[in-house]
Design a binder for this molecule. Sequence first.
Ligand SMILES: Nc1nc2c(c(=O)[nH]1)N[C@H]1C(S)=C(S)[C@@H](COP(=O)(O)O)O[C@H]1N2
Ligand SMILES: [Mo]
Length: 317
Amino acid sequence: MLIKRAQMFKASEITDPTLYFNRREFMVGAAALALFPRGAEAAAPPAGQPLKATRNTAFSLSDPATKFESATTYNNFYEFGVDKGDPSRLAHTLKPRPWTVQVDGHVAKPKTYDIDELLKLFPLEERVYALRCVEGWSMVIPWIGFPLASLLKRVEPTGQAKFVEFTTLMDPEQFPAQRKSVLNLSPIEWPYVEGLRLDEAMHPLALLTVGMYGQVLPNQNGAPIRVVLPWKYGFKSAKSIVRIRLVSSQPKSTWEKAAPNEYGFFSNVNPEVDHPRWSQASERRIGEFLRRKTLKFNGYADQIASLYAGMDLRKYY
Ligand SMILES: Nc1nc2c(c(=O)[nH]1)N[C@H]1C(S)=C(S)[C@@H](COP(=O)(O)O)O[C@H]1N2
Ligand SMILES: [Mo]
């Protein structure tokens, strides 16, 4: 996403497959290290541990899944750095246990859930979703999780709850880019905050995710829990969430704060509305060479379009 710093992000970086493959080779060894960190805490389920879930075919694409190796070595997770390889190289410092998620705000039953308690509350589903990054690439990932709506209903939103705000962990010990010494290199403010309208958050497509590819979620993909919103650009899908707050006014999201003219609150995938610096009409599916057309709402228009009926999507980008 890259804002502004030419040396951090070049347009060629997202479109040139050769560059990607070179980088990828370089990353493989590093990723293996991140998956098997030395000195991992006994309490944490190691990334790579199998996680059982039932495939929900009603919510699954038939497109072939992106290679696991690509999905775990080509990441955006700015808490580890702005390069695609930084998360897999550095994510062993993130400790997904112990972990709690505070669910509060305008709800009748606010509660701080221990992650392992949360995992027992809802049956885990596998859903194959495409994730479309605003930069112009996409991946197809078999996620494991449960509907965000299931958790929200449990805490009973009150009539004042109109929006949902997600906050990622803030901890400079675990996230190198949050350290004071490197703060001035970061294009965004910490902690990472994202938001949805309540009706978007309650939509059955919105998934709280704890695994992928039949395994516990790797740290670089947002362990131990992240949201996945397949009709929106990838940056809306906040990783490593510690708080879900029901609020009455529209949250200011991190990327909106960083560059409001480039990244709106809604950020629905829309090939008809270009980013100010590049077209959104097509995308590169990681692993494919020819670009493919980007679909409105990332292909989920049948299910999602009614949420935005009557809205000018150029204005509410
Ligand atoms: N906390 C946090 N969440 C984040 C990001 C981030 O930098 N920090 N990057 C976002 C972006 S831009 C994308 S495209 C997706 C990438 O998810 P993946 O690495 O699992 O493919 O995560 C999103 N969630
Ligand atoms: Mo992204």
